[in-house]
Design a binder for this molecule. Structure first.
Ligand code: HPA
Ligand code: ZN
Length: 348
């Protein structure tokens, strides 16, 4: 175990950047930067509602989850061909490599594309080829997680699953995203049961804007292995104790939470409280092109805003990201050794 007390505080930002880490909550469509949106719009002859990159960026002033989703789905409208999905994911992997991300589990939203007539094959193969190249060029391992849009029906989710099954070898799990309020996990009980029968991993967004009861039902009804966000669990002390006892990972996204007004500022974020409660918390970027930063921006800005967080927390967060990932034990152990090495070297 590294000696955290011997790591000087001024080393912390560099250590946060340098430490190996896994990213487990990134919507790949949320990594689409305005510059790439305009490039793809031109390439594909798609008309945009904004006259310039700057005008689009200025529209990124969100008041809640729905105000973000409206712009996020509009941005994704430029994605039509397999090459577009490849280019988007490749741009993400270049940022991830610079942030010392060694493993990434990418969410993608097929329904956002298939409803515009894009073949699901173009979505999945474009992303898959970027994952392959990221491994070859950067040594980054990755997995794809297919998300169902919860504002649509369960029947629609079943049709999406059926369309994706010929490409089953390319994704490891399913998730649940989009508008949380009034769309409880119970709505997707049958399709998640089917996914579990197929041997898919299951995760769900819960307790971002929705009540703590949605976290309980994601566990009880959907039988999820991770909760995405989950920050509203603190409203129910019994639930916090349950999450701790289960070692149920929470994929927390601090910059996202501030941009979508879940917290008023990073300084007001409950991450320290979640860590103190012994929860398996991880830090993630969610939709980095829209929320002001990639993974290291999330780490560095969160630690800057919350001085109670130190080297021990940094280590715990990185270690949790490996514990919560969907990889085999030898791979996880290898990353944990590399993480230990970085922290041992930082102690003076
Ligand atoms: N919450 C729900 N749905 C989403 C999000 C999010 O933060 N990002 C992209 N789809
Ligand atoms: Zn999310």
């Amino acid at each position: 175990m590294p000696d955290f007390d011997r790591i000087p505080r001024d080393r912390l930002p560099a250590l946060l950047r340098q430490m190996p880490k896994a990213e487990l909550h990134i919507h790949i469509e949320g990594s689409l930067e305005p510059e790439l949106i305009f490039r793809l719009a031109e390439r594909n002859g798609v008309a945009l509602a904004y006259p310039s990159v700057q005008a689009l960026r200025e529209a990124y002033a969100f008041t809640d989850l729905q105000s973000f989703l409206d712009i996020y789905y509009a941005g994704a409208s430029v994605l039509l061909k397999e090459a577009d999905f490849f280019d988007m994911a490749w741009a993400y992997f270049e940022k991830a490599a610079a942030d010392n991300v060694v493993h990434a589990e990418l969410f993608f939203d097929p329904q956002t594309h298939t409803e515009r007539g894009v073949p699901i094959e173009a979505v999945i193969l474009g992303l898959h080829h970027a994952c392959q190249r990221a491994h070859a060029e950067f040594g980054i391992t990755s997995r794809l997680i297919l998300c169902f849009l919860r504002h649509l029906s369960e029947d629609d989710a079943f049709r999406t699953l059926d369309a994706a099954l010929p490409y089953r070898e390319y994704f490891v799990g399913v998730g649940l995203d989009s508008s949380e309020r009034d769309h409880p996990p119970e709505k997707f009980a049958r399709v998640f049961a089917r996914c579990r029968e197929l041997g898919l991993h299951v995760v769900a967004h819960a307790g971002e804007e929705g009540p703590p009861a949605y976290i309980d039902s994601a566990i009880d009804v959907l039988k999820v292995e991770r909760i995405d966000h989950g920050v509203r669990c603190v409203e129910d002390p019994g639930l916090v104790a349950r999450l701790a006892a289960l070692r149920m990972p929470l994929t927390v996204c601090p910059l996202s939470n501030v941009k979508l007004c879940v917290f008023s500022s990073l300084a007001a974020h409950n991450l320290p409280q979640l860590l103190d409660a012994g929860l398996v918390v991880t830090i993630n970027s969610d939709d980095p092109a829209y929320f002001g930063g990639y993974l290291n921006d999330n780490f560095v800005q969160t630690f800057e805003a919350l001085p109670v967080l130190g080297a021990r927390h940094a280590y715990t967060l990185a270690r949790n990201s490996f514990e919560a990932s969907f990889v085999d034990a030898p791979m996880r152990a290898d990353w944990q050794r590399r993480l230990d090495d970085v922290f041992v070297a930082a102690a003076v």
